[in-house]
Design a protein around this ligand. Structure first.
Ligand code: SAM
Length: 209
């Protein structure tokens, strides 16, 4: 049943909306999203919406996970940082598309739950702390993805990008943001604005504190 629901999710929510890269679609077909939501909500895991995961946090809508992943333009040999592990689902998707994934979560209980689920993904490394400061130990990164809304793109994260590296981050108010894509060009940073989104707030020093 879950496999059928997953295939439908990929076709109707992701491919039909214009995200067609074969590796991206294969990643979404292979990761069991229902394992990353609370047990009692498994049957709703493939819906076209975000879902609560406890502690006031959410697992993002599948299409938004796909769009943000697509914006990183991964080829398979990258080191990537995710800020906001949450359920661990986005990190599992990234693990299929990059060489090494570091993911950091502010809420220790969520980090611990995700760490257990991500044991099956050996190229994912889980950390606990304020990810608005990045994770300097594994920097510089080819890609950084922030899955919580920031008032602006934190300079600390931009500084942890490699030359040519990309930061994908929702920026704006606490209720409503635009996805921004920043690209490092040596000491300079270019950015473009993508669609509007609604993420939970980024906490910590580079967030809403
Ligand atoms: N990527 C997640 C997934 O696949 O389930 C969804 C993340 S949820 C929308 C946002 C997460 O960011 C929450 O778990 C929240 O606790 C976390 N967060 C907020 N501020 C943070 C910070 N400064 N450092 C690390 N994580 C943070």
């Amino acid at each position: 049943m879950f496999e059928t629901l997953r295939k439908q999710m990929v076709e109707k929510q992701i491919r039909a909306r214009g995200l067609t890269a074969p590796q991206l679609l294969a990643a979404f077909e292979s990761v069991p999203r229902h394992c990353f939501v609370p047990d009692e909500d498994r049957s709703a895991a493939y819906g076209d919406n975000p879902m609560p995961i406890g502690f006031g946090q959410t697992i993002s809508q599948p299409y938004v996970v796909a769009l943000m992943t697509d914006l990183l333009q991964l080829r398979g040999d990258e080191i990537v940082l995710e800020v906001g592990t949450g359920s661990g689902y986005q990190a599992a998707i990234l693990s299929r598309l990059a060489k090494e994934v570091h993911t950091i979560e502010f809420i220790p209980q969520l980090a611990e739950r995700a760490r257990k689920l991500l044991q099956d993904y050996p190229n994912v490394f889980c950390h606990v702390g304020d990810g608005s400061l990045g994770w300097p130990d594994a920097a510089p990164y080819d890609g950084i993805i922030v899955t919580a809304a920031a008032p602006k793109a934190p300079q600390t994260l931009l500084d942890q990008l490699k030359d040519g590296g990309r930061l994908v981050i929702p920026v704006g108010m606490t209720q409503f943001q635009f996805l921004e894509v920043w690209t490092r060009r040596e000491a300079e940073f270019e950015y473009e604005r993508n669609v509007n989104v609604a993420f939970v707030p980024l906490r910590g020093q580079g967030g809403w504190n």
